[in-house]
Design a protein. Structure first.
Length: 743
């Protein structure tokens, strides 16, 4: 049941205050058009035709957009933007029902009410005059008096108008309880007319059922509507939220004691009280657990399922490979034959890898740069093709797949494309390929396996048919996947799956120092620098390093023939601070793609996107078939749409999807995995000390093909090389593969 608001005018007469600082400046007018709106309704830019001034005024505000044609009264202040000129920065917005026939017609013609366009709005106002909105709300049957409106059209208009009214009442209800009305549209889209009743009864349902509302927002709403801090629903929801955070931290599971401590910290409650809740949820079967050496490990449901499936499928595929006749006696002969025909001399470990691929259903091939992984993969491909096997190549990202195709001369695709991604959530994606519709392959070779988290590996292995061979290739010394688990490392640690590690570095005279320095870093030794291809430029201060990076990309490297947007990648250990990803992107965009008159742009809360910008997709979009980490370039911005060119295809983004893109002149080291760039530029400053560690620097250096340029302090470089702390990721994949007893 909705909260009914007493109002003087139908559905419009309420105040929407969304700021904490109220100033004296007021502005009233009619909304001309919406220039920009954030997908979550937290920020909007629109153009207003004021009643007291001539011309059009640009307005910004941290609230959902009003409707085109609405009359609004704004409170705020005038500001002078360096690029966009004079603007009114609104901190409150009061929507007023149109009081003139012209205003009513303009509102109805805006499309706010389904079934009414400009022509219909004109006829309605001519017939009902100033009472038009009142008739629509209170006596909709009378709409049939107007030419062109039948019973179906009357019902469509009545229903649409009622939904607008109900939505605004939900917004007002939330505002009255100190919660931004930005969430009202999402709540109303999920629950409709039951919205207020559900919010009052159990707001924690919103965290599970309403997209874009997590536990923190649900908790804020719950506190606002009067829920007690110790309410059972809050405790249970807090435990589930803390558990879900384990995946974001890279864990598949956590000890029950850690879950209790994290939940108590989150809810600001006593740990003993939370421990009772955790124990009760375990007893009721609402939490998935394993007892291991006296320690209870608690899993989110989706990670419990994924980890078990990965172990089960690897062991089954290992034992069910399609046999090759007399391969035990022939393997070395076949390897000798390929070595001779290819004109290469293989190291012992490389020969072992070729033979193992013939003999085993699952093989892990790992090694650092310059150790011959590419040559080994080519040999494996050739030998398995000789056996008549159909081979499919894949990698976690588009950039890694492209590189695999270039090095092997064969077609390769991302894992998502191999599985024919079509929808679903990050933790539960929907793929057309799976157990009931497996891949059409006898062998699947996956490169950059260190990037695959537990969920993606589970989905992939479910789609591999029984009898198919799997070769997992990757550098286990690189950073682990961004998502949960350390899958490649755990498979190797289990000793249950055949593993070949390449350690011999093949280096020709005059070759780049990048490979040798990568191995020095991996062994805990400082890199040798001073050559053109591996440089360390000592600078004091993060601001100085940031400016030096801009100078490099804007002038120095360009003069040497590099394309700063395509050949150079700036990597940073962190997102914040002067040398963090966010600030470097702003500086580099201003230097490499400055504003040009006549070019369209999009202004978001934290960034401006322009035609020509280098951008990154930051979440998996299974519908558009573009995925987290994909890099593209904005070709055009027009009529509220953004056209981005990716290596595979051009993708169009509509309103509400802009937040899937971020500038990519600079990116985190994690996001660079699976890619290679001619030039890598990386700051190393004392402010990054929390993130400075050996595998991060090693991963960054191994992304470069021609040149590495490090900028910062010797102390920061020393910290990165000497710090070999690798934070433990809780998982039982290795133990499951070994067949250890779990209860």
């Amino acid at each position: 049941m909705l909260l009914r608001i007493k109002k003087q005018e139908p559905m419009f007469g309420y105040i929407c205050v969304l700021g904490v600082r109220i100033v004296e400046n007021k502005l009233e007018g009619i909304v001309e058009n919406i220039t920009f709106q954030a997908v979550d309704g937290s920020f909007t830019v629109f153009r207003l035709k004021p009643g007291s001034e001539s011309g059009i005024v640009a307005v910004t505000g941290n609230f959902p957009p009003p409707l085109v044609g609405e009359q609004v009264t704004l409170t705020g202040e005038w500001v002078e933007h360096t690029r966009y000129g004079r603007q009114f920065k609104a901190v409150s917005c009061r929507r007023i029902a149109p009081t003139s026939e012209k205003g009513i017609e303009r509102f109805l013609a805006s499309g706010a009410i389904k079934g009414i366009g400009p022509a219909m709005a004109d006829r309605l106002v001519k017939h009902f005059g100033l009472r038009t909105l009142e008739i629509i709300e209170l006596s909709p049957h009378r709409l049939a008096e107007v030419e062109g409106i039948g019973s179906k059209k009357v019902e469509q208009i009545r229903k649409s108008f009622a939904e607008q009214s109900e939505l605004k009442e939900v917004m007002l209800y939330l505002e009255m309880h100190g919660v931004s009305g930005a969430y009202a549209a999402r709540i109303f889209a999920c629950y409709g007319s039951d919205s207020v009743a559900i919010v009052e009864a159990d707001p924690y349902r919103l965290a599970e059922e309403v997209k874009g509302i997590g536990f923190r927002i649900a908790d804020q709403i719950a506190m606002a509507v009067g829920f007690d801090r110790g309410h059972p629903s809050r405790l249970a929801a807090g435990v589930q939220f803390a558990l879900l955070m384990t995946g974001q931290a890279g864990h598949c599971c956590v000890p029950a004691e850690m879950l209790t401590a994290e939940t108590a910290k989150l809810l600001h409650l006593d740990a003993a009280e939370i421990a009772n809740v955790v124990s009760e949820q375990i007893r009721l079967g609402k939490l998935y657990t394993e007892d291991f050496h006296g320690m209870t490990l608690v899993y989110p449901r989706y990670l419990y399922r994924a980890e078990k499936q990965v172990a089960e499928r690897l062991l089954r595929l290992k034992d069910k490979a399609k046999p090759i006749d007399d391969i035990d006696s022939q393997s070395q002969t076949l390897v000798d034959s390929w070595e001779a025909s290819a004109g290469v001399t293989l190291a012992v470990a490389q020969r072992d890898a070729l033979a193992a691929a013939l003999c085993h259903g699952v093989l892990v091939l790992t090694g650092g740069p310059g150790t011959g992984k590419t040559t080994t993969v080519k040999g494996i491909l050739a030998l398995l093709e000789q056996q008549g096997f159909k081979i499919v190549l894949g990698a976690p990202t588009g950039r890694a797949a492209k590189r695999l195709a270039e090095t092997t001369g064969r077609e390769a695709a991302t894992i998502h494309r191999l599985l024919e991604a079509g929808g679903g959530l990050e933790e539960d994606p929907l793929f057309a390929r799976g157990e009931d519709n497996p891949l059409d392959a006898d062998v699947v070779i996956v490169d950059e396996t260190s990037m695959m988290d537990m969920v993606l590996m589970s989905c992939f292995l479910q789609a591999v048919p029984d009898g198919c061979r799997v070769v997992l290739v990757g550098d286990v010394d690189q950073l682990p996947a961004v998502g949960p688990g350390s899958v490649l490392k755990d498979i190797i640690r289990s000793a249950a799956i055949p593993v070949v590690r390449l350690i011999e570095v093949f280096r020709q005279a005059g070759e780049s120092m990048i490979v040798l320095n990568a191995h020095r870093i991996n062994r805990g030794h400082l890199p040798e620098y001073g050559s053109l291809d591996f440089q360390f430029r000592e600078l004091d201060g993060s601001e100085a390093a940031a400016q030096a990076i801009v100078e490099l990309c804007q002038n120095e490297l360009v003069q040497e023939g590099f394309d700063s947007r395509r050949d150079v990648q700036v990597l940073s250990p962190m997102h914040r601070q002067p040398c963090g990803v966010e600030n470097l992107n702003r500086l580099l965009q201003a230097a490499l793609n400055p504003p040009v008159d006549g070019k369209d742009y999009l202004q978001g809360v934290n960034q401006v996107l322009r035609e020509g910008d280098k951008v990154m997709q930051i979440r998996n979009n299974y519908t558009k078939r573009v995925f987290n980490g994909d890099i593209g370039y904005i070709l055009a911005i027009a009529e509220g749409k953004v056209l981005v060119r990716y290596p595979e295809e051009d993708i169009v983004y509509d309103k509400g999807e802009y937040d899937e893109l971020t500038l990519a002149y600079a990116m985190s080291v994690h996001k660079s995995q699976g890619s290679e760039y001619p030039v890598v530029v990386m700051p190393l400053t004392p402010g990054h000390h929390i993130m400075l560690q050996r595998n991060l620097l090693y991963t960054a250096v191994t992304r470069a093909k021609e040149r590495v340029i490090l900028l910062g302090t010797r102390a920061a470089l020393n910290t990165a090389v000497m710090s070999d702390r690798t934070r433990r990721r809780y998982s039982l994949l290795a133990e499951r593969l070994r067949g250890e007893s779990l209860c």
